[in-house]
Design a protein around this ligand. Structure first.
Ligand SMILES: Cc1cc2nc3c(=O)[nH]c(=O)nc-3n(C[C@H](O)[C@H](O)[C@H](O)COP(=O)(O)O)c2cc1C
Ligand code: SF4
Length: 440
């Protein structure tokens, strides 16, 4: 049984992993040939040098005004040296009230120069390393209920309790939502000025735009019908394309795996139902969006869905064997990629597979489950994983992420965030501080 007592990673060889995939008939493709990951991909007139991406991962290390700090720069320079073809910058606030906290990146007129310096350094580094410049996407974020300002699109008893939202907290009005459109457009303009190739209108993990997708009980322009719930995302995309002319990508929850009526990608019967998410992807494609980063769930509500983990850190026992979580995310990528062959789908959730992830990534590319394989926690632990996959013998077992989720704990405690295990010189001390404080 996959759901036995041992819910931790248990493979020493790829053959052992394959044996479980076959025994339990999981929809997880694999290939022993890593060549498909070396293939270039053309996207809107630009070239992505290979099929490996770094997912957005908040490092909580901006300067107080939101510019990239010293550790931010360190991370992105390490990623660049690592040679992944696509680097998807972490959640970056579109305005003060949408900022998750005062350590989150915030692109504005004061900080655009610092973003630009970082992008230039990254492009120079790629040039000097003789690799194509990575395709750079900036994730435009409004943290909604999970930010300090608690901006909510709906009330829900369970979610309110979880996000520490008071029953008296007002729901963001139609007018205020409409005003956000110009904030997105303004930041997209700054992103273009800073040198990004694309912006991501982040619509996942139950932050503001993602919460709106499930706002069936709102009774206004942005709630109720499918048309209304998807309105803001589509209006923002249209305006950015028309007024700024930078490419638009979306990191999209394909399902929240929450109950109806607040969940997106679920139906009245309580089943996962992808008809609305796929309809939205189709509409976005028709509007010129060609890059979709497929994800699901929310780290605050059902973290095992959005980031399969062993969780050796304190206070976490996985509710299922994480290989099932990996399969769930792979199937969502497949669903989107097979329905929209002209879109570039970036797959999520592969870090749990450790040094065997490249073989699954390659299988996915080979079989058309996704065009690009993205890595989140793996990039914290092993920023040059792509170089080893593409140019060496594959991933080094001693460097991989072990999905202990200590980095997520750092983020939750508003500490500088990175890999406690593989980058311990910097990140062990803040982790110890949390342990110490909790032990007092
Ligand atoms: C510490 C931490 C920070 C994250 N920051 C972001 C973020 O800024 N934007 C985002 O869309 N997802 C974020 N994620 C989610 C990851 O991008 C990714 O979806 C998740 O970790 C699963 O992929 P993986 O198995 O490769 O880690 C974050 C995850 C962690 C653990
Ligand atoms: S702390 Fe390091 S090993 Fe643990 S989940 Fe985060 S990146 Fe992976």
């Amino acid at each position: 049984m996959l759901l036995d007592d041992n819910k931790r990673f248990r493979y020493s060889t790829m053959d052992e992993l394959i044996a479980d995939i076959e025994k339990f008939n999981l929809d997880i493709p694999f290939s022993h040939d890593l060549a498909p990951l070396r293939e270039k991909i053309e996207l809107n007139g630009k070239t992505i040098g290979n099929r490996l991406a770094i997912h957005p991962m908040e490092g909580c290390d901006s300067t107080p005004d939101g510019a990239p700090g010293e550790l931010t720069t360190r991370r992105y320079m390490r990623y660049t040296k690592g040679k992944a073809g696509l680097i998807w910058f972490e959640a970056t606030a579109i305005n003060e009230k949408g900022r998750a906290n005062d350590q989150q990146l915030f692109l504005n007129e004061r900080t655009v120069g610092d973003f630009s310096l970082l992008i230039n350094r990254m492009r120079e580094e790629a040039d000097e390393g003789g690799t194509p410049s990575p395709y750079l996407v900036l994730q435009l974020s409004h943290a909604g209920r999970f930010g300090d300002h608690k901006i909510i699109a709906i009330h829900d008893e369970k979610l309110d309790k979880l996000a520490k939202v008071e029953p008296s907290c007002p729901v963001i009005s139609d007018r205020e939502l409409g005003e956000l459109e110009s904030a997105y457009v303004n930041v997209a303009r700054l992103a273009k000025q800073a040198g990004f190739d694309a912006v991501d209108v982040k619509s996942c993990h139950r932050y503001l735009l993602s919460e709106l997708l499930g706002a069936r009980e709102r009774e206004d322009k942005f709630g109720g019908s499918y048309e209304n719930r998807t309105r803001l995302i589509k209006e923002v995309v249209t305006k950015i394309k028309r007024e700024v002319g930078i490419e638009v990508a979306i990191r999209l929850n394909i399902s929240d795996f929450l109950e109806y009526p607040i969940g997106w990608g679920v139906n009245e019967k309580g089943e996962v139902d992808l008809s609305e998410p796929l309809k939205l992807v189709g509409e976005l494609r028709d509007m010129g969006v060609r890059l979709i980063n497929v994800t699901a769930g929310s780290p605050y509500i059902n973290a095992y869905i959005s980031r399969p983990a062993d969780g050796e850190a304190r206070k976490y026992t996985p509710p299922e064997y994480p290989l099932l979580g990996v399969e769930r995310l792979i199937k969502l990528s497949r669903e989107v990629q097979e329905n929209f062959k002209d879109i570039t789908v970036v797959a999520t959730g592969l870090s749990w597979l450790r040094e065997f992830a490249p073989y699954v990534a390659s299988g996915m590319v080979e079989k058309g489950y996704a065009k690009i394989a993205g890595f989140g926690r793996m990039a914290f632990a092993y920023p040059d994983f792509a170089k080893d996959i593409l140019h060496n013998k594959g991933m080094d077992k001693r460097k991989v992420c072990i999905t202990c989720i200590r980095c997520a704990e750092l983020k939750a405690h508003r500490k500088i965030t990175g890999c406690v295990i593989r980058d311990s010189e910097i990140y062990l001390k803040p982790y110890r501080d949390i342990e110490k404080r909790e032990g007092e």
